[in-house]
Design a protein around this ligand. Structure first.
Ligand code: NAD
Length: 266
């Protein structure tokens, strides 16, 4: 059965990558492509965005869910919450890639979507989600004997830091060592002049150019270092993962599914 997919954020970098990935997927049909009200794209053909001159879709400013099986949303928290309400009312599953929700917004999102299947992830790439598992293993085996540092690099437009993915990696490491990340994370070394605290997890950040997303976790033990690195080469890595998640949740009962569930790592 062909899945009818609605994609939001038509003028955004991720929205466009997802629209292309959906169009290229034989088991999916791009049923609705939504831009924010006032966007110059509203009313224009989606053909050039998806790179298919036969695409019959016109960019809309309304998330019309009448003939939609699943929604993929990469926008901003405020807009994702509006889209979530529409999905809940229509009973349509949703994949949420938007990051940067405040605690209150995240709680609102979760209660709004309680009645539908949803998959939310700070990073939809297959490699990163596999890396979480590898990091747990590394932390279990050598974490207690290592200095652990997490470095991430992103493009100059990104405003939150460290990235949600770096924090998720920190949680994977801390959880595996029976720690709470908030107790061991060290974000700023410019204030106190002191040696590295044993057992801490240090974070550092680069913002430059158009780097799509790079993360390295370093385990520095006596006489050896292990580095687990993931580099995203293009946004297609996230878009393809989101498409995979959409296929997975489309016919699932209501519930919060993770990328571990989608990839069979749970
Ligand atoms: P972007 O700035 O290029 O695009 C954001 C889009 O949201 C734009 O199309 C904008 O028009 C739309 N938008 C904003 N407010 C809106 C509103 N009120 N109504 C409707 N549309 C609205 O950003 P991007 O690089 O495409 O990233 C989008 C989001 O996805 C960010 O939160 C980013 O951190 C996140 N992201 C997640 C992953 C992941 O794997 N989970 C990967 C990359 C980016």
């Amino acid at each position: 059965m062909t899945l009818r997919v609605a994609v939001t954020g038509a003028s955004g970098r991720m929205g466009q990558a997802v629209a292309r990935a959906v169009s290229a997927e034989p088991e999916m049909e791009l049923a609705c492509l939504v831009a924010r009200a006032g966007s110059g794209l509203v009313g224009s053909s989606a053909a050039s965005i998806v790179g298919d001159e036969n695409c019959p879709i016109t960019v809309s400013n309304v998330l019309d869910l009448d003939a939609v099986d699943v929604v993929i949303d990469f926008t901003l928290p405020e807009s994702s919450l509006v889209n979530a309400r529409a999905c809940a009312e229509a009973g349509v599953p949703v994949v949420i890639g938007t990051t940067g929700f405040s605690e209150a917004e995240q709680a609102d999102l979760e209660s709004t979507l309680a009645s539908v299947a949803r998959c939310q992830a700070a990073n939809f790439s297959t490699g990163v989600n596999l890396a979480y598992r590898l990091l747990s293993l590394a932390a279990e085996v050598m974490g207690a004997d290592s200095d652990i540092e997490i470095h991430e690099a992103h493009h100059k437009h990104k405003i939150d830091a460290p990235s949600g993915t770096a924090l998720a990696m920190g949680h994977a490491v801390a959880d595996a060592m029976g720690q709470s990340l908030s107790d061991v994370a060290h974000y700023d070394r410019s204030v106190n002049r002191e040696e590295r605290a044993p057992g801490s997890i240090g974070f550092s950040v680069t913002r430059a150019g158009e780097i799509v997303g790079e993360h390295t976790v370093l385990f520095a033990a006596e006489g050896e270092r292990l580095e687990i690195t993931h580099k995203a080469g293009s946004r297609d890595a996230f878009a393809n993962g989101a498409v995979r998640a959409a296929k997975f949740i489309a016919n699932k009962p209501a519930g919060a599914y993770t990328m571990s569930d989608v990839l069979g790592l749970s």
